[in-house]
Design a protein around this ligand. Structure first.
Ligand code: WTA
Length: 647
């Protein structure tokens, strides 16, 4: 995660010229950007009106009672109408909306008309199951078109979806169902991943068994690996069979909730990040259009699963709102061989490719020859997201994948921000490998010290946003106090991102990564507290402390320090059991890479675990810095001697 900081960047910045870019000149961009900061109301009012299709125009652009924002007050619109219906008349009726490739190689194309019909049928089916405006619906599906169809069907009838990534365990699913009070769960009989059929249904069964609020489970037939349904289940295809292919879109208020997406924080269980209708859609729409410099004929491929925010904002909402063709791929990049992505790009002639640095670092490791086998000349623009991209990976991406001709947009944002907040714009800004770039329109970004004072160029500090923006989260579902405390109390009058950064003399932001107790493992957010809670559910564990360790491939690896209750013995068996426990409680993505058994954990005299110290031990370095508040100095020696067991 700190690669970019370790190697000061000498690469000469360059502006990539893009034929007929959205912004014909830097000066046009600059005057718009100035306006967006000086008169945000006027700027967003105009852009919102022009870019979205409204049933009723908003009366007021922003109502800000810190830290609660209402955008486009009084406006009425529908997200599924914006993503589908408005393209039907505009000559895109028969254009491909979704191009899907399954891991086994099956390809499916849905035109905008077909997408409309499928969404309407499924929306009618949901209504038939008693789902009403404001009800919460859980989506736990593989990366198949039905995931997008289910999301859009919820949006059409005003239900609030909450998508859970298929890699999360039944425990995690259960927690989320209970937290958001979902009535209905949508899942599949499995999906194809790594050449195997992955089970989702068993996880749903286990979760639903302890969630009496769930009244129906809808099951998509994807693999045919399910014999019998439970009484609560219905097949997707049977439910939609006789449904009409039209369904009037519900007239939603700008501030009606669109979705809840759970993400890890530094304390407690994952938080349900709530996004609403107009502001979110505008952010996703506009950044897709401008950051990816969209053209009418583009095939856009964002590799993120819809279970993450990137899948929400770019694979689904941003792409479809712009009437683009979005590519969805079900499986992993190395199935059957490590050139699957390049095969897909060549076969379908993908123009825009958006992926994560952790994937790029894997491609580098697998070797250039996998790339060289394919004609990637259709690519025009590349994107990176999820973690800082180290300059070496940036250059490889630029040269080997982009053939030296494709601009790279390194987009910094979060589940909470809804859409990109820092990026360069193709044709406008020079790119600097390792820097995400400059704040997007209307984004008042700063690097500050602990007192909230802006620091000088080149100085490391906390990354904050000083003004509300349209696609910001509105609250944490069911806990506005936690929302205010988590995001708006650390730095006075600012939204604190949890990231550290510095700004250079040209105004470019260099993100160093999380500075709170959140890890970024292969671009996935994990709370150290969550992993610790999972570990202490094991009867042998007395205490656990989890920290990140820099990792060349994953960005960060998970290291757990564990003390045992009397009478329990450390060893590889226990390590395996503990890793399994975390997998069961959270999901395989959270499994610790290393578990170290310690005599005691380093604590301050007031009993707080000293994580800084553990991070130093985990990274293998000497313990530096101040240890005078440490209660028992002998602990350090015992930690360094602690037996590490690598996965
Ligand atoms: C990190 C993913 C550096 C950051 C969209 C942030 C990045 C967290 C970048 C949010 C980037 C995301 N450069 N770091 N381009 N993009 N991050 O909520 O630490 O899963 O706080 O959203 O990922 O992760 P989340």
């Amino acid at each position: 995660m700190s690669h970019s900081m370790k190697h000061p960047e000498k690469y000469k910045p360059s502006v990539h010229f893009v034929k007929k870019a959205v912004f014909p000149s830097l000066s046009q961009y600059q005057s718009m950007h100035r306006e967006s900061l000086r008169s945000p109301d006027k700027f967003w009012g105009r852009i919102g009106k022009g870019e979205l299709a409204w049933f009723t125009q908003p009366k007021k652009t922003l109502d800000w009672k810190s830290p609660f924002a209402k955008w486009f007050v009084g406006g009425k619109l529908n997200v599924s109408f914006n993503c589908i219906d408005r393209h039907l008349e505009g000559g895109k009726r028969h254009k491909a909306a979704i191009l899907f490739e399954g891991e086994p190689g099956d390809v499916r194309v849905l035109t905008y008309q077909q997408l409309h019909d499928e969404v309407c049928r499924f929306a009618n089916a949901l209504k038939g199951e008693g789902v009403k405006k404001g009800d919460r619906v859980m989506i736990y599906l593989p990366m198949v078109p039905e995931a997008a169809i289910a999301m859009l069907a919820c949006a059409r009838i005003g239900a609030v979806h909450s998508v859970v990534f298929g890699g999360f365990s039944s425990e995690s699913l259960k927690d989320r169902i209970q937290d958001c009070g979902a009535k209905l769960v949508i899942t599949a009989d499995g999906g194809y991943r790594r050449g195997q059929v992955g089970g989702l249904k068993q996880n749903v069964d286990a979760a639903v068994a302890v969630c009496p609020g769930v009244r129906r489970v809808i099951v998509l037939k994807r693999t045919g690996h399910l014999e019998k349904l439970n009484p609560i289940d219905r097949w997707w295809h049977e439910l939609v069979a006789h449904q009409p292919s039209t369904c009037p879109p519900e007239k939603m208020d700008s501030e009606d909730p669109l979705f809840i997406l759970y993400t890890s924080g530094s304390t407690g269980k994952p938080k349900g990040i709530l996004h609403t209708t107009a502001g979110y859609l505008l952010g996703a729409h506009l950044t897709t259009k401008w950051v990816f410099d969209l053209k009418e004929t583009d095939l856009f491929w964002c590799t993120a699963d819809v279970g993450w925010v990137t899948g929400h904002s770019y694979t689904v909402y941003g792409a479809l709102s712009n009437g683009t063709t979005t590519l969805m791929y079900e499986g992993v990049p190395n199935q059957p061989e490590p050139d699957r992505f390049w095969q897909i790009i060549e076969k379908h002639r993908v123009n825009i490719f958006y992926t994560a640095p952790t994937a790029i670092r894997s491609f580098i490791r697998w070797g250039d020859h996998w790339v060289k086998k394919h004609d990637l000349s259709s690519l025009r623009l590349l994107g990176s997201v999820g973690e800082p991209i180290n300059p070496e990976a940036w250059r490889w991406y630029h040269q080997v994948i982009g053939g030296g001709r494709c601009p790279i947009v390194d987009t910094w944002w979060q589940t909470e921000t809804g859409s990109h907040l820092i990026t360069t714009l193709p044709g406008v800004h020079a790119t600097k490998p390792g820097s995400a770039g400059l704040p997007f329109f209307g984004v008042d970004m700063a690097v500050v010290d602990d007192q909230g004072k802006e620091v000088k160029a080149g100085v490391q500090g906390k990354l904050v946003v000083r003004k509300p923006w349209p696609s910001m989260l509105r609250t944490i579902h069911g806990d506005s106090e936690r929302y205010a405390k988590t995001y708006w109390s650390d730095v006075p009058n600012c939204y604190f991102t949890g990231d550290g950064a510095k700004k250079d003399a040209d105004g470019y932001f260099w993100i160093s990564g999380r500075i709170d107790d959140v890890l970024n493992v292969s671009g996935h957010r994990l709370g150290t507290a969550e992993v610790e809670s999972a570990l202490v559910t094991h009867p042998a564990v007395a205490e656990a402390a989890v920290v990140g360790r820099p990792d060349d491939l994953k960005g960060q690896a998970v290291v757990a320090f564990v003390t045992l209750k009397a009478g329990h013995k450390s060893g590889s068996e226990l390590v395996a059991a503990l890793r399994e426990r975390v997998s069961k409680e959270i999901g395989p993505i959270a499994k610790p890479d290393q578990i170290r058994f310690a005599e005691a954990l380093p604590k301050t005299r007031s009993g707080k675990i000293m994580r800084r110290l553990l991070k130093e031990v985990a990274a293998g370095g000497a313990v530096k810095g101040d240890v005078t508040t440490l209660e028992d100095l002998n602990v350090i020696a015992s930690l360094q001697a602690s037996s590490g067991e690598e996965s």
